[in-house]
Write a protein that binds this ligand. Structure first.
Ligand code: ZN
Length: 178
């Protein structure tokens, strides 16, 4: 942990210090998130990862929550235990105090259990869906509030946890530049 923290550039440490302060000052209100605000170039960058990926990638979305609004500031790459075209598993949890959501990519193909790519009639957009494994995350003790999936640089989709503790698709996604 110490070694990784030292490897961060000074500016990143300032951002993380500011986030920690902000998270500490921000009350964790119950109720549904209705607005997600984030830095658009970050969404494009994540789309770029999805576009060239051959396996699933995961990013912790760090930021803060204020009432019904999530602010996403940094996409942080956890160390991975395992990555394949259909599943990815980090070795470490996303930082609990700072994490407001998680991103991962889906490849626009279907695969056999052996890892072999299968022919499919589904369009890339149809792979922008929570899988049964992604849905299982509704039932963990502290489910992440917000999930984003990218399939290509232009296709992404998002869900927020609703009052019933179910992931509900964000209808006006992706966010547009003002
Ligand atoms: Zn998934």
């Amino acid at each position: 942990m110490g070694r990784r923290a030292q490897a961060l550039p000074v500016i990143s440490r300032w951002i993380i210090a500011w986030l920690l302060w902000w998270a500490a000052c921000t009350q964790q209100l119950k109720g549904q998130v209705t607005t997600v605000t984030w830095y658009l170039p970050m969404l494009q960058e994540l789309g770029g990862i999805a576009d060239t990926a051959t396996v699933e990638h995961v990013r912790c979305l760090l930021g803060a929550r204020r009432a019904d609004t999530l602010y996403v500031v940094v996409a942080w790459a956890p160390r991975m235990a395992f990555s394949s075209p259909v599943v990815a598993k980090p070795t470490e949890e996303c930082p609990p105090l700072l994490t407001v959501g998680e991103w991962h990519n889906h490849l626009p193909h279907e695969y056999a259990i052996t890892g072999e790519q299968l022919p499919t009639h589904r369009t890339a957009a149809e792979f922008c869906e929570l899988s049964p494994i992604d849905r299982r995350r509704e039932r963990v003790p502290n489910p992440v509030l917000f999930q984003v999936i990218s399939v290509t640089k232009d296709i992404s989709c998002a869900w927020v946890l609703n009052h019933e503790g179910r992931y509900e698709r964000v209808s006006d996604w992706p966010p547009r530049a003002p």
